[in-house]
Design a protein around this ligand. Structure first.
Ligand SMILES: Nc1ncnc2c1ncn2[C@@H]1O[C@H](COP(=O)(O)OP(=O)(O)OP(=O)(O)O)[C@@H](O)[C@H]1O
Length: 349
């Protein structure tokens, strides 16, 4: 094991949370399941999460693990089936639907994966940026125009593009518009769901740097969602690993990978090694199981090289790591290199 003594501890911001989820569940009727089908997709199960002021929380996991569902709950686009969402201490899940959407719509900004589909192609950039201000009746018309100018400068768009249509912009410029629109209402929290995965590799770093810069300048809290743990680690103070709708580990970003204990976090990290520090990829055997009939106990057990019969009995309770903001749910946590070596020799069926 490498030493983790130099790992900087992320502050425990739970008391000053901008947003908090308490035991949140989201279940969907199955697609094509028929009107009377009782089958449900378990998109989120028992999620507890607090996002501190000025903190960036990264969410990582494979496709279908519930990352986008979590992002939608935070911005009010997805109502939880069960559980409580608090915005600055107010339980918004107890508000009427329209009011919950209004409060979260005005307080939380969202940047989607693909700016080409997220922006209305027929509207000029100035109208797109003004839209949230018009919807929420923020300021006078002159103040709204001034805010549009400010937003364009903030996200690095030249004023000359105000009358352009989204189709006349590059992918990177379109994502800048989407970020500007998300910031129009001066939100405290910005949620970015895979904000660079639809962009050319050459502009990805520019958009990531813009988000880091805006977070500092505006003292934003941020939730950054990606399947790429290396990017999440770079962007975040704290990283949350999700698997089949559940949080399985939360760790300070600087603790990744060496101090992390959950086999799934380790496997995700090993799948995107850096050129400078190559490591053997841990094979994740088989696909993520169905979210309609998730495995009993620990959902990762069917793909985990450390699983035994205890893992089928119950979802492990949270255990604390050495750092106060590190916790994980695993019956057989990874505690040393030998625990990883066994993963490399497991047999592919
Ligand atoms: N409206 C819906 N109806 C039925 N099932 C849904 C719906 N939305 C999401 N799901 C299912 O919920 C689960 C979680 O989906 P979600 O999109 O949150 O995962 P994700 O980790 O963001 O994946 P991706 O990276 O592919 O977007 C998946 O099994 C998905 O198929």
């Amino acid at each position: 094991m490498k030493k983790t003594a130099n790992v900087k501890e992320a502050p425990d911001t739970r008391d000053a949370a901008v947003m908090e989820l308490r035991d949140v569940h989201v279940q969907h009727p199955t697609r094509g399941g028929g009107m009377f089908s009782k089958a449900r997709v378990h998109a989120m199960t028992g999620v507890d999460l607090a996002i501190g002021r000025g903190e960036t929380v990264g969410i990582v996991g494979e496709s279908g693990c519930g990352k986008s569902t979590l992002a939608k709950v935070l911005v009010g686009l997805q109502k939880p089936t069960l559980g409580t969402v608090l915005y600055r201490g107010t339980p918004v899940t107890e508000l009427p639907e329209k009011e919950r959407r209004r409060v979260l719509g005005a307080s939380v900004g969202m940047v989607f994966q693909d700016p080409s589909t997220a922006l209305n192609r027929r509207l000029p950039i100035r109208t797109i940026l003004r839209d949230p201000l018009d919807v929420h009746r923020r300021g006078t018309p002159a103040q709204r125009d001034e805010r549009v100018r400010e937003l364009m400068a903030l996200v690095g768009l030249p004023p000359v593009l105000a009358d352009a249509l989204p189709g006349q912009l590059s992918g990177g410029q379109r994502q800048r518009v989407a970020i500007g629109r998300a910031l129009a209402m001066e939100p405290q929290l910005l949620v970015a769901d895979e904000p660079t995965s639809a962009l050319d590799v050459s502009v990805r770093a520019q958009i990531l740097n813009l988000l880091l810069d805006l977070k500092e300048r505006l003292e934003l809290s941020m939730v950054f969602v990606s399947h790429d743990i290396q990017t999440v680690r770079r962007m975040s103070d704290r990283v949350v690993t999700m698997y089949l709708g559940r949080i399985v580990e939360e760790a300070p970003a600087a603790a990744i990978p060496d101090a992390t204990r959950h086999p799934y976090t380790r496997a995700l990290f090993s799948a995107t090694p850096s050129l400078l520090d190559p490591i053997d990829p841990i094979p994740l055997i088989g696909p993520v199981p169905s979210a309609v009939t998730p495995p009993s106990g620990c959902p990762f057990r069917t793909r985990c090289w450390r699983a035994d019969e205890t893992c089928a009995d119950a979802m492990p309770a949270y255990a604390s790591g050495d750092l106060s903001t590190h916790r994980y749910r695993c019956h057989h946590p990874v505690t040393g290199e030998a625990d990883l070596a066994a993963a490399l020799t497991q047999e592919t069926p």
